[in-house]
Design a protein around this ligand. Structure first.
Ligand code: CIR
Length: 256
């Protein structure tokens, strides 16, 4: 069954984002520019038909604009995660309260499990879970048990190179899967029509399908062409300040 999303939850970046976690080596984000880019991102989600709840910035957590990691929103329940990075763990408290306004069923990942939902990709009823530096086997097993309780399924994919599963792979519905780097040859993804992103544009492999359109970062012409050749209207958003913190377009929202 094809998904149609109605809601998105985002959180404004905080000034303290300049201290966010990163391996990118692209410099320190410009907070004012990040605010502008975030606003544009919200407008694009709205243009795709989503009602967007914009949460206030939280200065206690430098990475708190990357809401995708702290919860997984499925059609049947929301799962509050236990982020792999200790500095991000407390972000879940506020998100749980927000999710209570949308979901009757809220589940949790607990110790010793860790899971960042950036490692989880929904393909209909099936959720692929990346085993990464942030998501461990215990976290993945707990998530699979929760999914099964609600009639969904999950399976794991081992990551070797990137931060999160969705750093390098994106499901665009209709059996189309954007893949880059290590994911091009993973047996788990052989069943899909693969849209292969060249290494030089790997940042754009983190893109999102939203109600028939695909949102990608600005500045990746090959990816733009490949995705529009696959039949999707493509919308570009400027993401430079979030890229500096290893964050992509999927990371900035929960969509459900
Ligand atoms: C972090 O390292 O946690 C943040 N700086 C970036 C999180 C990106 N989120 C994602 O890929 N889902």
């Amino acid at each position: 069954m094809k998904q149609r999303f109605k809601h998105a939850i985002v959180r404004k970046p905080c000034r303290n984002m300049v201290n966010g976690l990163t391996d990118a080596n692209l410099g320190i984000p410009d907070y004012e520019l990040a605010l502008v880019q975030h606003k544009q991102y919200v407008e694009v989600l709205k243009s795709c038909g989503l009602k967007v709840e914009v949460l206030d910035a939280d200065e206690n957590y430098s990475d708190s604009c990357f809401v995708e990691d702290v919860a997984l929103c499925t059609p049947h329940c929301a799962i509050v995660t236990r982020p792999g990075s200790v500095s991000r763990r407390g972000e879940t408290v506020a998100m749980q309260k927000v999710l209570e306004n949308y979901y009757q069923n809220i589940e949790f990942i607990s110790a010793p499990g860790t899971l960042d939902a950036g490692d989880v990709m929904m393909v209909g009823n099936h959720f692929f879970i990346g085993l990464s530096e942030r998501t461990n086997k215990a976290g993945a097993s707990q998530l699979i048990a929760v999914l099964e309780k609600y009639g969904m399924i999950g399976s794991t994919v081992k990551l070797e190179e990137v931060l999160h599963l969705k750093t390098g792979v994106a499901y665009l519905e209709n059996n189309n899967l954007v893949v880059c780097g290590e994911f091009i040859s993973k047996p788990a993804f052989r069943q899909y029509n693969l849209i292969e992103i060249p290494v030089g544009e790997s940042y754009a492999a983190n893109c999102i399908w939203v109600n028939g359109r695909v949102i990608i970062p600005c500045g990746f012409p090959v990816t733009k062409q490949l995705i529009s050749d696959s039949g999707y209207p493509v919308i570009e958003v400027d993401m430079t300040e979030f890229q500096k913190l290893d964050g992509g377009v999927s990371c900035l929202s929960l969509r459900f």
